[in-house]
Design a protein. Structure first.
Length: 254
């Protein structure tokens, strides 16, 4: 069964945006004032059928009740090692975490921690958001395979043209720069034809200056059929000779 679902920001994300501002004013500003290298980090819930989670960063709850299908803004944090934990929403902060992982954030780069896997076996993985500038007339695409029982996946045009090939579960893929414009896209098992699609993304208007991250979640054999979501993130831009890093994201890719 082919399915197309877009991420929608909810009230919980408004709270996340407020928390992001607070962190920018505390940890991010402190890092700038002390000259400490900084990185950017956001969180994305891609476990179909799972409940909302509270996200903890280095022991502090930074995102309350992140629901399936939601993505936070990027937070500015110091570069280096950080601890990320996920707990059921509104649970005791001292309770055993669903996931507790260490992530290493390189300076001046942006990252996403993705909750992935299945509702009864939630995992977390770190992906770099490649936001370097690109030439005029180009957009950037990448993909995250968050389907634990899926083979490597390809993203094709509806005419069969390959755009992204061999996206493995839980593995950083890299990115591809392509011309802007409207693309009608499907997701297939690696090497498959359009008629073997497990998800139809549909039409996406690729615009210059943005990274389009196609996230596939669900299961092939379980109750939650695979679905595709698109997260659009502005790329870094130049202004007055200095590079600006735009720390927000939009689920509206169409």
């Amino acid at each position: 069964m082919m399915k197309h679902r877009n991420w929608l920001l909810s009230g919980a994300l408004a709270l996340a945006a407020l928390l992001a501002v607070l962190l920018l004013l505390t940890g991010g500003l402190a890092a700038a004032q002390t000259g400490e290298p900084a990185a950017r980090l956001r969180f994305l819930h891609a476990v179909s059928g799972a409940g909302s989670v509270d996200v903890y960063l280095d022991g502090a709850r930074v995102v309350p009740a992140l629901a399936e299908g939601e993505v936070t803004p990027h937070l500015t944090v110091t570069a280096g090692e950080h601890q990320v934990a996920l707990r059921p929403a509104d649970s005791d902060p001292t309770s055993v975490a669903l996931v507790d992982v260490s992530v290493s954030l390189a300076a001046d780069l942006a990252f996403t921690v993705v909750a992935q896997g299945s509702a009864d076996a939630i995992e977390a993985a770190l992906y770099e958001d490649i936001l370097d500038e690109i030439a005029p007339g180009l957009a950037r695409m990448t993909a995250i395979n968050a389907v634990p029982d899926a083979p490597p996946l390809d993203i094709l045009t509806s005419a069969g043209g390959p755009l992204l090939q061999g996206v493995n579960y839980g593995t950083q893929f890299g990115s591809v720069n392509i011309g802007t414009g409207l693309q009608d896209l499907v997701i297939v098992p690696a090497g498959g034809a359009v008629d073997s699609a497990i998800v139809r993304i549909g039409e996406v208007a690729l615009e210059h200056g943005a990274l389009y991250t196609f996230v596939v979640s669900g299961t092939l054999d379980g109750a939650e059929a695979p679905s595709a979501r698109v997260v659009k993130t502005p790329l870094n831009v130049q202004a007055d000779g200095a590079r600006l890093r735009v720390a927000n994201a939009s689920p509206d890719a169409g």
